[in-house]
Design a protein around this ligand. Structure first.
Ligand code: V55
Ligand code: FE
Length: 522
């Protein structure tokens, strides 16, 4: 990081405070703002809340810690009658409360208790900073290293850790559980589920009341980083990144993960239920492992079952280590011009476990991340894809996802056409969410919303696009300040939440005092 000359010679515990552009500078704000300034018009049909979470350390972090380990700071944008209300609040994890009371970092490196202050060894080591998912009438703040924190959907106050409690003996819960809208289940997995550096993976579903069923335990081929997954009606596919964790490295006080150029990106295919019809040759309780080459399929869009007995899944892909803060043991850094694209993988379930999967089909040859679909259609073949991209015409062929994403794309699998929204110069865009035009709207008919960072102005905008006219926004809601990049976010329809309370303070009715009245002048 270049230290700006204006700050030269001034020491700070906050290295990020030297970042004049503001992009990585600490946000650390909590509070509310009613009725944001809106340019254009927010359609009155939109009624719900966009929840997003930022990685925003409250105390200056250990200088050797990685950028994905800051405290979870939630922003909620409630949209109703064309108005946008905003609330920001930290998730009060044990870790956040301990460090705030101590006024300094007590936790050292990501997911390495051997680097933590001994007094916090028994505390939950989760920042809950990765995703917010509404399920079983609960708003869950998720981080894959631990179990969910439940937060209040209106006040954003932290209510509890592990709200699904005693049903499941696992220490972890993915930040990317998947809602099956047809079976009304949340499909969950956790890896390192029996503790640090273990190869145990737990898989289960939570029904709409939060009751667990279809619990299974499987073994990972190595202790891999398993961030995302896909579901089809019958299958769960876990996506393994080529990092590895082991106790020796942890005990040596080093990073949890090391990239390994010899490991392949790998998929574990698991039947979701005992009743899943198995292809011939599959034994009851079996799961199969398929791999490709070394690469990082970061996030998935969705998956479907083909008529050919294959499972198709789509993901972003970086052809190298996209997390250079977890280098291989020999310290090798990823190529600065590492390629990134968006691809479709084909998994033939008739192939024996251990098989190599064919090269994936490139769907978008553009640096892409944060793919989303109209999630009412999750588990089946979908037509539309929404994602963050680095705009092809601004890329000069050299820029990649390490340079930030400055546009949104809407891709139509049927026509193979891609529409783009360019956020503007000096602007970066974050993960989009899709809002259906109504409960029965056709797939992809609605709006896309995303946070835009206006770097030069050091301020943010929420952008709203109509999927019928993707290139030109219908509205912006302006934030008066800069907020940090979100990790993930989700849209929750107003009719899914029942409290009826407001996100911001309302002015109660009162009687006018009469003391302000002037006497008539004549
Ligand atoms: C990711 C993010 C995380 C994490 C593990 O983007 C993986 C991937 C923000 O925290 O803990
Ligand atoms: Fe993620």
């Amino acid at each position: 990081m270049e230290i700006a000359a204006v700050y030269e010679g001034l020491a700070t515990k906050w290295l990020a405070a030297y970042d004049l552009a503001g992009s990585g500078s600490p946000c650390r704000i909590e509070g509310e703002l009613a009725d944001l300034v809106v340019l254009g018009e927010i359609p009155p049909e939109i009624n719900g809340t966009f929840y997003r979470v930022m990685c925003d350390p409250f105390v200056p972090p250990d200088p050797n810690n990685v950028p994905i380990d800051g405290d979870g700071n939630v922003s909620a944008f409630r949209i109703h009658n064309g108005r946008v209300d905003m609330r920001l609040k930290y998730i009060e994890t044990e870790r956040y409360k301990l460090e705030r009371r101590a006024n300094k970092a007590l936790f050292g490196l990501y997911r390495n208790p051997f680097t933590h202050h001994p007094c916090v060894r028994a505390a939950v080591d989760s920042t809950a900073n990765t995703n917010l998912v509404y399920w079983a009438n609960r708003l869950l703040a998720l981080k894959e290293v631990g179990l969910p924190y439940e937060i209040d959907p209106d006040t954003l106050e932290t209510l509890s850790y592990d709200p699904f409690g005693d049903q499941i003996k696992a220490k972890t819960f993915t930040a990317h559980p998947k809602v099956d809208p047809f079976s009304d289940e949340l499909v969950v997995f956790g890896y390192e589920a029996k503790g640090l550096a273990t190869k145990d993976i737990v898989i289960y579903a939570l029904d709409k009341d939060g009751k667990k069923h279809d619990e299974q335990w499987i073994q990972s081929p190595w202790c891999a980083f398993i961030h995302d997954c896909v579901i089809t009606p019958n299958w769960l596919v876990l996506v393994l990144w080529p990092f590895e964790a082991n106790m020796a490295r942890l005990k040596a006080g080093k990073q949890h993960w090391a990239w390994d150029y010899k490991l392949p990106a790998t998929f574990i295919v698991v039947p979701r239920r005992k009743s899943t019809p198995l292809p011939s040759g599959w034994k009851q309780g079996e799961s199969r492992v398929y791999s490709w080459k070394n690469c990082m399929p970061i996030h998935t869009a969705g998956a479907w079952e083909g008529e050919d007995g294959k499972v198709y899944l789509e993901s972003s892909r970086v052809h190298d280590n996209a997390f250079p803060f977890f280098p291989p043991d020999d310290g090798r850094m990823p190529a600065p011009d590492a390629k990134a694209d968006f691809v479709r993988w084909e998994l033939d379930l008739n192939q024996p476990t251990g098989s190599t999967v064919p090269d994936p089909t490139v769907i978008l040859d553009v640096p892409s991340e944060f793919p989303r679909i109209d999630e009412r259609f999750m588990t089946g073949k979908y037509r539309y894809l929404f994602l963050n991209v680095f705009m092809p015409e601004t890329s000069d062929g050299k820029k990649n996802i390490f340079h930030g994403l400055n546009g949104l794309a809407m891709h139509d699998h049927e026509t193979n056409k891609t529409r783009y929204y360019y956020a503007g110069d000096d602007s970066l865009v974050q993960e989009p969410i899709f809002i259906p035009r109504g409960p029965n709207a056709p797939e992809g008919d609605g709006w896309v919303m995303a946070m835009v960072e206006r770097r030069a102005a050091n301020r943010n905008d929420l952008v709203l696009l109509d999927t019928k006219e993707f290139e030109k926004p219908v509205a912006f809601a302006q934030l008066p300040m800069h907020v940090k990049a979100q990790i993930h976010g989700n849209w929750v329809e107003g009719n899914q939440m029942t409290s009826g309370r407001s996100l911001v303070r309302e002015i109660p009715e009162f009687s006018i005092s009469g003391k302000g009245a002037l006497e008539p002048l004549d």
